[in-house]
Design a protein around this ligand. Structure first.
Ligand SMILES: *[C@@H]1O[C@H](CO)[C@@H](O)[C@H](O)[C@H]1NC(C)=O
Ligand SMILES: *[C@@H]1O[C@H](CO)[C@@H](O)[C@H](O)[C@H]1NC(C)=O
Length: 525
């Protein structure tokens, strides 16, 4: 008998810089998580609505977590590394030293965080220009994107920041620059958050019309002259210096980065679904939608041709899967809304006491609802006289109205745990119907979505998942490895290493189906 030759062990590192922590994972060629590590990072709030971080600290923490997860493997077995991060704005000077973004002038504080809303007024002014680049972001410039933040810095910190700044990076691109020395930006960040539009690139008239004509200088070198698709190999891989910092071999492949939600999408959407009897089997990948469900939810759909969906961001070319167009819908508060409703209820303390035996309050609430249902009716009918309108933090998609507010209709004079459970149920139902609303808008514009791929914290809540399947009538696929974002980051490293020829191939091998939840099933306890 011929012995099958065993492939040598190789692995990839995925690094995810979230809002409050940095995580890394060591991932095998087959997409299994070997080890993970996490380190907190600082967030400063020098004044209200201002949230800032330090790029020096973030890089140091990246090095710590990468060293932790690569302990116990040969350094040359690590074939590639990929980064994803929140879309915060990093400012560096001519010699790549941090430039302060706060009034206090503290040089360590050189990152304007994604959730920093200092530039709300600038964003509104940019929206009012009605410039054609806005058609790619649903017609509205968000204060969480980069142009309004840049404008704020010019208008408010001209001397101490704007005049000294030589490089403005989105955080994911800062990390890949730090690792490789390459100034090439990922299309993911530039297209989604900076109004870059391939194949034309930057629109000079946009920057001039908002008063930032200084950025045109030297072929837009301050905000990026050269771009590439996520996962493309950058420079000559890790520089000598970065290799020492990270404890890896110089020249190790580094893939162009992704925004964190997009990495989650990459970590689930391309999974091989053979044998699961799903409607997306043997269909193009465009029949799938990835939902990254955490404090807020992102709805990622891809298409071969650009599709304009009212109230949904995009179409953005190569922003997630190379050479495909991305539409990104979203709900501004989902996990956060569920927490808000449950914690604000009079019976919350009682819930905490009751749930003490359990791992968390939500699994307690889910079984409590099943018990209530057994006595009276199906779970979904329990909430038939209580209704929530979930836009407590505005509606990102498909209404694109940040001024909308929430509603609860059908309240009674009750403070019981049953009452809390029903409010929780009605909230989850409202969020699922919000997803249906987004799906309908996407369908209207030409998307044909047949299966949902969920990841993120809320995808661990069985009620949330089942109600989404019921409300949309679509099967929901849950990933095999719960840390889909880290898998997505590792896919970038695997693609850059050229062990896989394309992102699609790497996704198919490294993203795995864990479980399928069909619509209209009874909730399993
Ligand atoms: C400016 O940058 C673009 C890419 O963004 C590149 O195609 C072009 O050749 C550059 N022009 C000059 C004059 O360097
Ligand atoms: C899903 O639908 C089934 C069939 O209609 C129903 O029995 C079940 O209660 C629903 N689940 C939830 C969580 O609403």
């Amino acid at each position: 008998k011929k012995k099958k030759k065993k492939k040598p062990f190789v692995c990839y590192v995925g690094v995810d810089v979230g809002t409050a922590s940095v995580r890394a994972a060591l991932v095998t060629r087959d997409g299994l998580l070997r080890s993970t590590a996490e380190e907190p990072i600082s967030i400063w709030e020098p004044q209200s609505d201002h949230y800032v971080q330090s790029s020096t600290e973030i890089w140091e923490k990246c090095c710590t977590v990468v060293k932790k997860v690569t302990q116990g493997v040969e350094r040359n077995q690590v074939r590639g590394i990929g980064f994803d991060a929140t879309c915060s704005l990093v400012v560096l000077d001519q010699t790549f030293q941090p430039v302060p973004v706060s009034q206090d002038g503290d040089r360590q504080k050189n990152v304007v965080m994604w959730m920093d809303h200092r530039a709300a007024e600038q964003a509104a002014r940019i929206t009012n220009t009605g410039h054609k680049v806005l058609s790619r972001v649903g017609g509205v410039m968000s204060p969480e994107m980069q142009p309004p933040k840049l404008l704020w810095l010019k208008e408010n910190l001209k001397e101490s920041c704007w005049n000294k700044a030589a490089h403005f990076f989105d955080l994911p691109d800062f990390l890949s620059w730090k690792a490789t020395g390459s100034l090439t930006r990922s299309l993911c960040t530039l297209v989604c958050k900076w109004t870059y539009c391939p194949p034309e690139g930057w629109d000079a008239s946009f920057w001039t019309s908002i008063g930032l004509e200084d950025l045109l200088e030297n072929n837009f070198s301050k905000i990026g002259s050269v771009t590439c698709s996520p996962g493309s190999p950058l420079g000559g891989g890790l520089t000598q210096e970065a290799a020492v910092d990270l404890g890896l071999v110089p020249g190790t492949a580094v893939g162009a980065s992704l925004i964190d939600a997009h990495a989650g999408g990459l970590g689930v959407i391309g999974a091989d679904v053979k044998g699961f009897n799903l409607p997306c089997e043997d269909q193009p990948i465009t029949s799938r939608m990835a939902m990254i469900c955490g404090t807020s939810t992102c709805h990622m759909a891809i298409s071969e041709q650009p599709l304009f969906v009212p109230g949904v961001w995009g179409p953005c070319l190569s922003a997630m899967v190379p050479d495909m167009w991305l539409n990104e819908g979203g709900q501004s508060a989902t996990g956060r809304l569920i927490d808000h409703m449950v914690k604000g209820h009079a019976a919350y303390t009682q819930l905490q006491e009751q749930a003490q035996q359990r791992s968390n309050i939500f699994s307690y609430l889910n079984s409590h609802l099943s018990l209530m249902a057994n006595a009276h009716s199906a779970v979904d009918l329990l909430g038939s006289s209580l209704h929530v309108w979930p836009d407590f933090h505005g509606n990102r998609s498909p209404l694109a109205d940040p001024t909308l507010k929430g509603m609860v209709v059908g309240l009674s004079l009750s403070q019981t745990l049953d009452d809390l459970a029903l409010l929780y149920l009605a909230t989850v139902q409202a969020l699922a119907l919000g997803t249906l609303h987004i799906l309908e808008a996407m369908k209207e514009a030409g998307h044909d979505i047949r299966t949902l791929f969920l990841c993120g914290g809320l995808s661990k809540n069985s009620l949330f998942v089942q109600i989404h399947a019921n409300a949309t009538g679509l099967p929901v696929v849950l990933p095999d490895q719960m840390e889909a974002v880290l898998i997505g980051a590792a896919v970038l490293g695997a693609c850059a290493s050229q062990d896989y020829t394309t992102i699609q191939e790497a996704m198919e091998k490294m993203a795995k189906v864990g479980k399928v939840v069909q619509p209209n099933q009874e909730l399993k306890r």
